[in-house]
Structure formats: structure tokens, C-alpha cells
Write a protein that binds this ligand. Sequence first.
Ligand code: 5RP
Length: 222
Amino acid sequence: MTQDELKALVGRAAIEYVTPGRVIGVGTGSTVNHFIDALAAMPVPVAGAVSSSVASTERLRARGIRVLEAGEVERLPVYVDGADEIDSRGYMIKGGGAALTREKIVADLAERFVCIADASKAVDVLGRYPLPVEVIEMALPQVVRRFAAIGGTASARAGVRTDNGHPILDVRGLVITDPPALEAEINQWPGVVTVGIFARHRAQVCLLGTAEGVRTLRYSAG
Ligand code: 5RP
């Protein structure tokens, strides 16, 4: 199977975690695009979706799914999204599609984060994929220096602004052995809007697309 076929496989499989008639959280990316297509084909549809990006909003609406603002809901039963890397504890790197800030906001509303990913995203230690960080422009040089001090090489993603109008740094060279600690540390740096480590908002379940089919990984608390 191709990587895209694996993404389609897990996109369809995630429908099992969706309750018809409820509002759910929807992530961003090529894997989620398959999930949105599967959502649109549900015999009893969802009541709507809170979307994590302009791109997902457009796809949801094009398929007849109502999109709600985050402020219109207090809780979501589930948030379904992809990842750039996921480790054996459900900690993730996200933001390859530059949607990390809204992804974290919607994930924060959800009782359960279901990650959908092809097998290439599963890693022992996070960090081979460049870590995305959304930053207020004024603070870019300072944040770049802070990453250098901890062994990371940060460069601005050329020609990219997030849906919130900010630049994105991609940080190479980090070996993230303690994702919760590093996420908490980077969150303290002035000018950082969102770091693409999803540790506090890690996945509870990952549907991993493999050549043998969908592997369901569940992560215990703690
Ligand atoms: C977007 C993300 C995506 O979930 C991540 O980049 C995975 O994308 P894809 O499903 O296209 O491989 O975090 O900001």
C-alpha cells in the first residue's frame, strides 16, 4: 500500500470513534482529509465540527458538514487529527501543516484525542522531524538563540504564515526524551505562541496504518 492508501485506511477507521449526532473536533492535513471524506459518508451524520484550520473548514463545508466556532462548544467528545511523529506514550510532534495553534486549542476542548497516522510516523524518540514552533515575529531572533542554547537549529519556514498571521520556526537537531518538560519550558519563552510538542494534549488512542492493516494503540495515563 502507498502512504496515501495507509492514510485513507486510518481516516476511515477513525469513524468508529465518532458518535452520530454529536459535534466533534477535526484536525488538519492529508490524513484528516480522508477522515473528513469518511465523515461526509456517514449514514447518520455528525451535528457539526469544530475545525482546526481554514483548509479543514473549507473541506468540511464543501462536503456539507456544519462548522462551529470553538467558542460555541464547551466540550467535544473526540478530536481526530494526524501527527508528524508519535512515540510509544502518545506524545506527538505536530504542526507540519502550520495548524498547530488551532489544533492545540481544539484538542484542549476534547475528552479524547484520536491520532490517525501511517506507520512512518511512529518513532521511539521525538525529534527527527523538525519541531514546528509558531512565534510572534518580533521575538524570532530571541527564540532562535534560545533553541541554539539547547542544541536546536531553528529556521523560519520560507513563505509561510499561519492562519493566525504568524511565522513558523522549524527546529532541527533536538532529541526530545522528555516531551512534557520541554513543552513546558518552551511555553515559557516570550514570543512563543505554540510549540508543536503535544505532550499535555497527547493522544489517548492512535490508529496506525500498516501494511498488515490498522493497529490500534492505546496509551495509559501517567
Ligand atoms: C498539521 C499537522 C498534521 O496533523 C501533520 O502535519 C500530519 O499531516 P499529514 O496527515 O498530512 O501527514 O500537525 O499542522
